[in-house]
Design a protein around this ligand. Structure first.
Ligand code: SF4
Length: 1017
């Protein structure tokens, strides 16, 4: 039977299925002519995870190669994994271009060095690279490591070498980096998370007890209202955003967006409200005021599960923009008055009637009474009706059977008040009773594929893995001091207060660091760990380089040149280093900061004396390992191909470098050798620790039989992997590198690689991968039930009390046998057991969020308190104040952002993405463009106090002028993705424009609100 294509479609439309037609031999002739050999014949299928954003989409990679030892496997095709519960086979434009990333012509293939003053790279062997780097490090460490501080406290601190780590590297690379750098005494270390989501941890942990996204991607579909603010999920997390769309389509949820730009999320929203960049606290503070004034509060939840009824100590106050205890000289608060009033037993005094004038509820009410609708409209520029409508929509979810979720990202974090932006939303979600609920929570949409994992692993100057603090010289001179100070006392009777177990997490970690050398007699090797004196964040590291106090910088997969603010200053800082080591799979601007690239980087190479090593590493497709997506899912990925040229895993380079340094200390002696000589290195091939070995160490194992103290039952035999962090001990009988990961690789095997996508209800797939902690999918889920144990909303039941235990589709985030009425409250990680509306003494800039203008303010005043315009606790290094502009010179507000086609500075090296978005541009509103004579497609010069860029102008209706404090404020949007190492058209680093000022708590830079001027070039 012959059927033409036209007839074929007619028949199909008439109701025949195409497959049955094909079975009947009725496929159209043209289609028959297109039959080709199955393109993936002879290919191996390997599972992996997208390396770009933290949605963590599943991949199927197809690799060619016989699998025999001499054959070199090569990835020939990548597509979405249809079984993956989050991505369900979808990939966004970035994920779709992954094959081109692997095969980018700009992959680094061989170790190279750029000699001081040279204009070019020179190929060297791995051996030479390791020898030269190790020699630099040994000499510098011997000269500069500090064994003891002035008080005689052992500090083992090496500050003249900095380390920057990647947020896309696997956990296994992260944990080995942690081990090696601490043995060397490095505390001047920071990671990508600092400049993106560090405020998330600092805001959510003081509010709820943990600093991570509360729910997960799929759970977004259970919301009745999705607020996207401080982020642009449709653009930056396209595949994860499908779950917001699902909520809209399947449940009739409302999707609302508040953003300076009418962005791609706004384009599909029910309601869009514009806002001036940097005024989110005003908007959200106004929401708090509205909710209280209009009685849209989930009262039972607030009273039972938050610290609303707790009484704050006498002496606390807030006046004219300052909280009590401000020291003007130091620019710092004495936070002692920001605390509870305690009874004789050290327990918090409360007033459940909420009448006490100093109970949190009344302080909160008074604080936000100032945030009236007039104030909101005046400062944010947002239209009143839009603001009111959002208040009403949020307020409706105070009903126990209605839930709102919020999706945010860097639009909230990258401000001098980043932490407090998030805190304001945390307060709102608590007032509405939306935390712990399916479809609720605060969903911090992380950026990089493993920014959550690397944050978990504590690659920061003040942290160890699992949010265990690195000892500080001031607070923890001895092991006993440390244990005493990091073990919180319960603040209310009957609470689980889980951080009281910190000594178990810490001693197990010390056993991982030092193995058999860690004994009770030597306090488990406590003194070999470095102790920190200050926070060494990215801005501080730049300052140390600038001052010539840092000699070496190791950069692992972090394009600091592109990412740090005030790029011109960063080039100067890097130029003062003696040596720099860049480990990356791809060419980056960081490695080539010394190269002249005309307008993009106009430097004189001959004057830059930094010796730069560029070392090729593997990327996601070329290694096994685990990454953690934004929803805390630890997902395992498998190696599918060999890396190009002589590239090799970071693990091998780290091992080789460390073992060479150890050999030097053994042969030559040197300063503070003990931590290096005593570091446990139990790997089968010492030069190549395997991901499996490292991930098992993160999970933890028994070093002796672990016995239940009550029943005498053996919980784990000596040598066995631990099943739960509840089995950790502080007597040296357990080893564990990262306690929150316990359960990820147990005696049952690799739990992270599980692929059971059975939906047990509400989209929950507990058999897929592993979600820390303890495979819990919705954090604080005890709060989804009322105090008597009944779900607030039976349709959203995730756990419940069955008369004996808490059970359900999710793992209870609670003591499973603590009955309702036992007095234990749901927020088990806080010493109160409750969530905090008032963040007591946890934050640098206030226990309640307050609006302060960005450091560069278009209105130059703060009508709420004109004497305190900007945050009083912002840290400014010498000379930074002079690098800040005013609205007289730079009248427009600029905000930076990401495009869906690009991922940071990586995808400009990827052909597909370079084609999709080939050239640098900025967005300018029609009114401003008219005023400045700028037409679409013109080249414009955008300048700030710190430098300028040139780019094409996109003149758009998407950004409207706002009226703020009776003046017109124009905003300009600037994507971040360009540079000189690129397959696209060369461009400027956007961060030439941004100021080097950070959040008062975490020093996350203010990339989202600063002042610029714009002219036609
Ligand atoms: S970039 Fe993000 S959304 Fe896109 S495919 Fe990768 S993980 Fe998925």
């Amino acid at each position: 039977m012959h059927v033409s294509r036209r007839q074929f479609f007619k028949i199909s439309a008439a109701g025949f299925g195409t497959s049955s037609l094909a079975v009947l031999g009725a496929a159209p002739s043209e289609a028959r002519a297109e039959v080709r050999q199955y393109k993936l014949a002879r290919a191996r299928e390997i599972r992996n995870i997208c390396t770009y954003c933290s949605v963590g989409c599943g991949l199927l990679m197809y690799s060619l190669g016989s699998g025999s030892k001499n054959a070199r496997a090569e990835i020939i095709h990548i597509e979405g994994d249809p079984d993956h519960p989050v991505s369900r086979g979808a990939l966004c434009p970035k994920g779709s271009g992954l094959l081109d990333f692997i095969h980018s012509p700009n992959r680094v293939k061989y170790p190279e060095v750029r000699e001081p003053g040279s204009k070019e790279w020179k190929r060297i062997s791995w051996h030479e690279a390791v020898e030269r780097i190790a020699r630099h490090m040994k000499d510098d460490r011997d000269a500069n490591v500090v064994a003891k501080n002035a008080d005689g406290v052992p500090v083992n601190r090496w500050l003249s070498c900095g380390v920057l780590t990647c947020s896309a590297a696997s956990n296994e690379t992260g944990i080995l980096t942690q081990k090696v750098i601490r043995a060397l005494g490095v505390v001047a270390t920071d990671t990508q998370a600092r400049i993106c989501h560090s405020p998330t941890v600092a805001a959510l942990a003081p509010s709820f007890g943990r600093g991570a996204m509360t729910n997960n991607w799929v759970d977004i579909k259970n919301a009745d209202l999705v607020l996207v603010m401080g982020g642009n999920a449709a653009e930056a997390h396209p595949v994860g955003f499908r779950w917001a769309v699902e909520a809209v389509k399947q449940r009739g949820a409302k999707l609302v967006v508040v953003d300076p730009r009418f962005n791609r999320t706004a384009a599909v929203a029910d309601l869009y409200v514009p806002i001036r960049a940097g005024t989110d606290i005003v908007f959200l503070g106004g929401v708090i005021n509205w909710l209280i004034a209009n009685d849209r509060i989930q009262k039972e939840y607030v009273l039972a599960y938050t610290n609303a009824s707790s009484i704050i100590a006498e002496g606390y106050g807030f006046e004219d923009g300052l909280f009590s205890g401000f020291d003007k000289e130091q620019g710092r608060y004495d936070r002692s008055t920001w605390n509870y009033e305690f009874d004789a037993d050290g327990k918090v005094r409360t007033d459940p009637t909420l009448q006490h004038p100093r109970c949190v509820w009344n302080l909160l009410k008074a604080h936000y009474a100032r945030y009236t609708e007039d104030v909101v409209a005046n400062l944010t520029g947002s239209p009143r009706e839009g603001f009111r409508r959002i208040c009403e929509l949020l307020g409706a979810t105070s009903a126990p059977d209605k839930v709102a979720t919020v999706l945010y990202a860097l639009g909230w974090t990258e401000h001098t008040v980043g932490v407090q932006n998030i805190r304001t939303m945390a307060i709102i979600q608590l007032l509405l009773g939306n935390i712990g609920m399916a479809g609720g929570g605060i969903n911090a949409l992380r950026g990089h594929a493993n920014v959550q994992g690397i944050t978990d692993l504590g690659l920061l100057s003040t942290n160890l893995p699992g949010y265990v603090p690195l000892p500080s010289e001031k607070n923890h001179p001895t092991f006993a001091d440390y244990v005493r100070k990091v073990t919180p006392a319960p603040l209310r009777d009957g609470q689980l207060n889980y951080w009281s177990n910190t000594s178990k997490f810490f001693v197990s970690q010390l056993k991982w660091f030092w193995g058999d050398k860690a004994t009770q007699e030597n306090d488990w090797g406590y003194d070999w760990l470095p102790k920190w004196d200050k926070l060494y964040d990215t801005l501080h590291l730049t300052e140390l380089m600038q001052q010539g106090k840092m000699n070496g910088l190791i950069v692992q997969g972090f394009n600091a040149m592109g990412s740090f603010p005030d790029s011109n200053r960063v080039v100067q800082a890097f130029s003062k280093l003696k040596y720099m080591v860049v480990i990356d799979p791809i060419a980056t601007e960081t490695a080539s900061f010394w190269q002249n690239h005309g307008a993009s980087n106009n430097v004189d190479s001959s004057q830059i004396m930094t010796e730069v090593f560029r070392l090729p590493s593997t990327l996601f497709a070329e290694e096994d390992g685990s990454t953690v997506n934004s929803g805390r899912w630890m997902q395992w990925h498998f190696k599918g191909a060999e890396p190009p040229g002589e590239a090799k895993p970071d693990l091998e380079f780290l091992a080789e470098l460390f073992l060479r340094l150890r050999e030097m200390y053994e042969k030559e002696g040197g300063s503070v050798p003990e931590p290096i000589l005593n570091l446990a290195w139990p790997y089968k091939d010492p030069l190549s620790p395997s991901p499996e070995e490292l991930t098992k160490e993160m999970n933890g194992r028994a070093l002796a039989d672990v016995v239940d103290a009550k029943s005498g039952a053996v919980l784990a035999k000596k040598g066995e992997q631990l099943a739960s962090f509840a089995h950790l001990r502080d007597d040296g009988s357990t080893l564990c590198a990262c306690w929150i990961y316990t359960g990820s690789w147990t005696q049952a095997g690799n739990i992270m690689a599980r692929r059971d996508n059975t939906d047990v209800g509400l989209g929950n797939t507990p058999g897929w991968a592993f979600s820390w902690p303890a495979n819990r999918r919705v954090l604080y889920n005890r709060a989804s039930c009322d105090p008597s144990g009944k779900p607030w909303d039976p349709k959203r039941k995730i756990i419940g009390w069955n008369g004996e235990r808490w059970t359900g589709g999710d793992v209870p985030d609670f003591k499973v046998d603590a009955a309702p009425g036992s007095g234990m409250d749901p927020f088990i990680m806080t010493a109160e057991g409750q969530a905090r509306l008032f963040a007591v003494d946890k934050l640098a800039d206030g226990p309640l969020p307050e609006h302060y203008e960005p450091m560069e303010s278009p209105i130059g005043t703060n009508p709420l308190h004109p004497e305190v315009v900007t945050s009083p606790t912002v840290r400014l290094f010498k000379g930074e104040k002079e690098r800040l502009g005013t609205s007289a010179e730079f009248p427009y507000v600029a905000t930076t952002y990401r495009l869906t086609e690009h991922f940071q500075f990586w995808t400009k090296q990827v052909r597909l993405n370079a084609i999709a978005q080939p050239e640098q541009f900025i967005e300018v509103g029609e009114a401003l463009a008219r005023e400045k004579g700028i037409a679409a497609g013109d080249t414009v010069r955008v300048s700030s106090k710190r430098g300028h860029i040139e780019a094409k102008a996109v003149v758009t209706k998407r950004i409207k002028a706002l009226t703020v404090n009776e003046q017109t404020v124009h905003q300009i949007g600037i994507p971040v993705h360009w540079g000189w190492e690129t397959l696209a058209k060369k461009g400027y680093l956007t961060n030439v424009l941004t100021p080097a000022v950070g959040d008062s708590n975490t020093q996350c830079p203010e990339y989202k609100a600063f002042l610029v001027n714009i002219e036609k070039a």
